[in-house]
Design a protein around this ligand. Structure first.
Ligand SMILES: [Zn+2]
Length: 209
């Protein structure tokens, strides 16, 4: 007897953020092509549901990521996923920025190292609170390790290289924003789709520029 597969979800509101960012980067027509390719026609022009119900399955998020690679090829598909991740931050701030305190002066006037740490912790908390994705952080003076033990982006995918580019893009943009326009080295080192036990993204605390 096989046990039923666990089903995990994003909130509708969090899923909608990804779809809005995808539409922004690809344009509506091409975003709809990817949505069709992923076999999810229910989302074509129908993703305005903005509640906190946990009803947006991990599997749908991962099919959208795979759809980008299928439609545009591995290299361009991952580049686009990265850009979708970067574009997502604006919608995260619109929807959650105030609740999370990210747009409050108390946050904005923190000294930079504290702002970086607080921004990343707040983002991890957003996933832990509004989705079934679980993020844990490990930090030392040089790096932050963003660790995801169940990841919607690579859910049930198998790839040769780490494939959660959307998360890398979201972290890039978050750091760009909290630092007032600086770039950081951010790299996905481990990925469940490659057989690792968790997805791990390494963030260098020292900016590149
Ligand atoms: Zn992943």
């Amino acid at each position: 007897m096989t046990l039923p597969r666990p089903v995990y979800y994003f909130s509708n509101r969090m899923g909608r953020i990804i779809l809005l960012a995808m539409e922004e980067i690809l344009g509506q027509g091409e975003a709809n092509d990817v949505i069709h390719h992923a076999g999810l026609p229910q989302y074509v022009n129908q993703y305005r549901i903005c509640d906190q119900d946990l009803k947006f399955p991990f599997e749908h998020l991962s099919r959208l990521q795979a759809g980008l690679v299928d439609v545009y090829g591995p290299r361009a598909g991952r580049g686009l996923a990265l850009r979708v991740g970067r574009a997502s931050l604006k919608y995260v701030l619109q929807d959650f920025g105030r609740d999370l305190g990210l747009t409050e002066p108390a946050f904005r006037f923190l000294p930079f190292p504290a702002r970086l740490q607080s921004g990343i912790e707040t983002l991890a908390g957003l996933f832990n609170r509004f989705t079934d994705q679980r993020v844990s952080l490990e930090m030392d003076g040089k790096q932050i390790r963003w660790q995801v033990e169940r990841c919607p982006l690579c859910w049930e995918r198998k790839t040769d290289d780490p494939c959660c580019s959307l998360a890398v893009g979201l972290l890039q943009e978050t750091l760009f924003w909290v630092s007032g326009g600086r770039y950081f080295l951010i790299e996905e080192r481990n990925c469940i789709a490659c057989g690792d036990s968790q997805c791990t993204i390494i963030i260098d605390r020292i900016p590149l520029s």
